[in-house]
Design a protein around this ligand. Structure first.
Ligand code: AMP
Ligand code: ZN
Length: 121
């Protein structure tokens, strides 16, 4: 967990985690933070981010795999608490330009609350 304390002053999500930019918080613990997406693409659309500034899935390694595993435990807990478990939900992480990643701080989208179209996984 060597990058737990990483922080990037220019990063939007680092500023949200720090509280410098407001967000609709859903969950927080020592390692991660979750908040509602400002431009929801589903009735429930939540972003789960590590407090450490990890740029994307491409930076996941043995150094932070426990953190990422923890984030998935948190994702399942949030989905349960948001009432998404029965209907199901999608977890997405866009990595890099071809995937249209727009914020270079690792985040998992939790999308649910309505039947989705098939395609794009
Ligand atoms: P991505 O395009 O996968 O990098 O996802 C970035 C997400 O961050 C998008 O779904 C945006 O709507 C969302 N977003 C951008 N700015 C904010 C903000 N200030 N508060 C909440 N969500 C945001
Ligand atoms: Zn960041």
């Amino acid at each position: 967990m060597s990058d737990v304390l990483n922080f990037d002053e220019t990063c939007l999500f680092c500023k949200i985690i720090k509280g410098d930019i407001p967000s609709a918080k859903v969950y927080e613990d020592a390692l991660c933070y979750a908040f509602r997406d400002i431009n929801p693409q589903a009735p429930t659309h939540i972003l789960v981010v590590p407090k450490a500034h990890i740029r994307s899935v491409a930076e996941i390694s043995a150094n932070n795999e426990a953190l990422v595993g923890h984030m998935f435990t948190v994702i399942a807990k949030i989905a349960r608490e948001e009432g998404l478990e029965e209907g199901g939900y999608r977890v997405v992480s866009n990595c890099g330009p071809d995937a249209c990643q727009s914020v270079p701080h690792l985040h998992f989208h939790i999308l649910g609350g309505a039947k989705m179209a098939e395609g794009m996984a």
